[in-house]
Design a protein. Sequence first.
Length: 179
Amino acid sequence: MPSRQSLHFSSQFVISCGTVTIDPTTKKVLLIFNRTSKQHLLPKGRKNTSETLESAAVRETFEETGIRCELLPHAFPHRAPLSPEAEKENGEAGEKPLGTEPIAVQQRNSIGVWKIIFWFIAKADSTIAKVEGTQEAYENYDTIWADANAAPRMMTRQGDKEIVTKAIETVLGVEKSEL
C-alpha cells in the first residue's frame, strides 16, 4: 500500500513551536487563557527564520506567558536514532538516554495555510512572578498555572488535551486515569 503524502511549498505553511511547561515541584502546568476567544491553550507560536525548533518553543512560551522555561529532558518514546556519541555513552544498556525531542507534531489547516506545530516538554518554577510586557500587542492572554490533575480538562482543543495528558504522564509519572 503506498504511503500517504502531501506537498506544501513554504508559502502554504507555517512552522509553530510550543511547550507543555510543567513545574514538577508544585505539579502545575502552564497555560494561557485567551480573553478574546475564551479558550484555554498551550503557549506556542511561529518559528522565526534561522531559529531552531527548540529555541522557538522556549521563546514563544516566554513571549506569551512572561514565564522563563527550559526544555526538560524526558524519556518519552520517539523514533529518532541515537547520535554516535549517545550510542557510545549508552553502551549495552539498551535504553535510550533522556532527550528533548518533540513529543508531538500537530497539523491544522487555517484559511488555506497549514500550521505544523512541534510540541516540547519544558519546566519552569511556578512560584516566580511572570515578566510583564512580553506579549505582542494583539495577544490578550492571561497566564495560568493549573494543577496537573485539572489542566487536561481545561484545554479547549482535544489535541492539546491529549498532549498535556501525555506530558504529565511522562514528567510526573501520573497515569491518565488519575488525571
